[in-house]
Structure formats: C-alpha cells, structure tokens
Design a protein around this ligand. Structure first.
Ligand SMILES: [Fe+2]
Length: 291
C-alpha cells in the first residue's frame, strides 16, 4: 500500500517496497518534533504497511526516545543491563542495546549473536509491547538482516479446516532465551516468562485477524495432546514463514525501522561473529492483552 500525505513538517512520501509488506517513509528528520498531522500519517502508514522504514537518520539515544514518545508511551526493557549502563552511563532507560559486542567479555545486555528464529517481541507477556523500533548504529559487512513475516497473510493462507479447528484456542508463549531452538518439552514455567494468548488475534486498529504463534517462543497449543499440538504448530510455522509473505530488510547505518508485533513476526539472518553489529531499540507499550 502506498500514498502521499502533505503535512506541516513537509511531505511524507510513502514508498511501498517491492515486497509483500513494508514501506519507506521519506521527508521527515526524526530529530525534529512532528506535527500532529505527521504523527497521524506515520501511524496510518504503519497500520497500512506493518513495517515502516526511515533511512539516513542521525539520532542520539535521547532523540530516539523523544521520537518514540511522539507515537505512544515508550516501554522500558525488563532486563536490567548494568553492563550497558557501566559503558554508556547516559543511556536512557527506555533504550535497549541489541548487539553482539562484548566489553571485557561481557555482552551488552542479552547477547544478540548470529541467527535468530521468527518470533513476536514479548508475546510471552500478558500485555506485549505493540511496536518495536530499531535504529542501526554499527552493521556487519554481510548478513544480520531482519526478516518480517505478515501474520495477516498467514491467517488468510491457512487451510480453512485448520482455521476452524484452532479458532478460540490458546497457545502458550514462553521466553527461555534461546535463538534457534524450540521451547523444551520439560520447561519449568516458574523460571521463564510465559503467557497463553489466542492462536489468532484481531488487530485493534485494523480489525484484521492475524496468526499469533511463532517458532521460537510458542511452546504448545493449550488443551491438545502434544502430538496434535506439534502437528498444528508445524503447519502454522510453515505457512507463517513462507517466503511469499516475508520482507527481508537489509540494514544501512542510520535506518530506523518500526514494526507491529500484533501482525508481524521477525527473525534475524546469520552474520559473521567477528564483526560488530549494534542497534538501539525502543518499544511502545500496549494497553491490552491480544484478543
Ligand atoms: Fe525480537
């Protein structure tokens, strides 16, 4: 989807990617305060395209938070990352560092090395954050791309029998800090973040139905025998990861990318472990559990 909207701050040009989803928004310097019209145009473009990209931005961590706050209420990462604060003492609490860089052998927060399977940020929480924003600072020479999969399309592409069988069912989402492994069968749920959300959810802004399971964090479908649950999950994953519904973002330094965790899953491609990759992340708080 594309379009163009004239705003007080200039023209927001919306250039849809030659891909199943996603668009680049041009004409805004995100260091500047946006007009109310520009905020509306950005949010509408985000609802319409699911992933929006601003290129060539030059944002300090504080400016990233100030921009984020114009679109909603910024979330604060749950993980206390003292190692990061030691190295970057003035890092705002709303900013999480997503990086494979280590200082004196210690990762900057959760280590973000190499490949990561498809997932939806914070789906294991009762009220996940709605948006994730990533701003790229340092990138490897190759790889570390972000794959975005359209969960509206996944819902539409499911077999009608599968949709009917799973309607009203819930799936257990867990966070056990893995990157390329299914949640274990003997998970101790007292030790990992977890929450059961509907398998299909309705986006509160667009009214469209979306698949809300993913390979990395969905442990099982509630109320089913394991064999049946595993079979349905495999079917869901294969439809939800089909390349026909995926946009692959190849990062450039200065990209600010915003995606919608209610209708998008994302994954990271592998990259050389001897090269630095560092991005800064903010989120927008959700106000209700997905339904
Ligand atoms: Fe993520």
């Amino acid at each position: 989807m594309a379009g163009a909207k004239v705003t007080d701050t200039g023209v927001v040009e919306i250039a849809a990617f030659d891909a199943p989803l996603g668009a680049e928004l041009r004409g805004l310097d995100l260091r500047e305060k946006l007009s109310p019209e520009a905020v509306r145009a950005v949010l509408q473009a985000w609802y319409d395209n699911q992933v929006i990209v601003f290129r060539d931005q030059d944002l300090s961590p504080r400016q990233l938070v100030d921009f984020t706050a114009q679109l909603g209420t910024p979330g604060v990462p749950r993980m206390p990352s003292q190692a990061v604060r030691d190295v970057i003492p003035d890092l705002p609490p709303e900013v999480m560092i997503v990086s494979n860089v280590r200082i004196d052998g210690k990762p900057l927060g959760l280590p973000h090395d190499g490949e990561m399977w498809f997932h939806s940020d914070m789906c294991y929480a009762e009220i996940p954050h709605t948006a994730t924003m990533l701003y790229s600072v340092e990138l490897p020479s190759t790889g570390g791309n972000t794959l975005f999969a359209d969960m509206y399309a996944a819902y539409e592409n499911l077999r009608p029998e599968t949709r009917a069988r799973l309607e009203g069912k819930k799936a257990l989402q867990v966070h056990d800090y893995k990157r390329t492994e299914r949640p274990g069968v003997d998970l101790d749920l007292t030790k990992v973040g977890n929450y059961a959300h509907p398998v299909f959810i309705t986006h509160p802004e667009t009214g469209r139905k979306a698949v809300y399971v993913n390979r990395l964090m969905t442990a099982r479908i509630e109320g089913m025998e394991r064999v049946e649950s595993d079979a349905f999950l495999e079917e869901l994953f294969s439809v939800a990861e089909d390349p026909s519904i995926v946009y692959e973002h190849v990062w450039r330094t200065g990209d600010l990318v915003i995606w919608d965790n209610r209708c998008i899953t994302h994954a990271r491609t592998d990259f050389p472990d001897n090269e630095r990759r560092l991005l800064r992340r903010t989120t927008l708080l959700g106000t209700e559990a997905p339904q």
